[in-house]
Design a protein around this ligand. Sequence first.
Ligand SMILES: Nc1ncnc2c1ncn2[C@@H]1O[C@H](COP(=O)(O)OP(=O)(O)O)[C@@H](O)[C@H]1O
Ligand SMILES: [Mg+2]
Length: 283
Amino acid sequence: MAIIDCRNVIKIHKQGNLEVVALQGLDFTMQEGEFISVVGKSGAGKSTLLRILAGLEMPSAGKVEVAGVDLTDATGTVLTKHYRRDVGFLWQDYTRNLLPYLTVMQNIELPMLLSGVGRRRRRARARALLEATGLENHAFNRLNKMSGGEQQRLAMCVALAMGPKLLLADEPTGELDTETSLEIYELLRRMAHEAGLSVLVVTHDVALATRSDRVIRLADGQVAAPTVVHHEILRVALDGTLELPSDLRVEAGIGEHVRAEVTEEGILLRPETELNGEVPDVD
Ligand SMILES: Nc1ncnc2c1ncn2[C@@H]1O[C@H](COP(=O)(O)OP(=O)(O)O)[C@@H](O)[C@H]1O
Ligand SMILES: [Mg+2]
């Protein structure tokens, strides 16, 4: 089932007399449980797309359906409920999800407290999230005791507190070093494949992007089709391993899985999108 369905989405930002077209006829579908990275140059429309999917902004035209909710002509109430319950949002600046004067546990409980979830359920949910993210030893710490990577993991717990189906993340590793970024990506991947969460992450790191199931590239407010024909000679190792360079994978939308098809011309590698939970173990 599709968790995201975007058809011909147009978004025009108005700034005084100036109009900026951020999305121009974007088509995009994402299946439940997929882990997709979005790459593209600055100004390509990545953040605009995420804000629309989260219900933080309305599209100017086109159709947007997320988690079964039609966001096209939604009222403020529908959008607010969508943002609070259906999606979780991670920002590059993880402190946006966090309150420094609360403990780790209180931070995770807060969204549930505001939605009237009882104390026992709040505690149980918070504990499960802390365990899933490897933060169980930090439950009663305050944020200043935690590293950037730990704070982003905590932000993930807060974003997932209400049990959303979709996690949207706008450059969540932008302020983290390479190793920590990889850890966050691995965690997102686990959440997608083990907990059935759908994860859409914007990143400028092309190598990191290929660690997801599928990569889409935005250019000029549209999902870019591969434009450049690449001819590259790749070496096949003795054990049959073929290494696909990141730029080639991103251009072809290939994440962690490909479908290989023998054609008359040779072997065709396509991004595999229909995982249906049967994810091969790649580690
Ligand atoms: N609130 C806004 N008001 C006016 N223009 C905006 C606004 N948000 C984004 N834009 C413009 O829309 C385009 C896409 O921006 P954005 O979605 O932030 O791209 P990205 O995240 O890929 O860098 C850019 O030209 C940007 O300047
Ligand atoms: Mg952006």
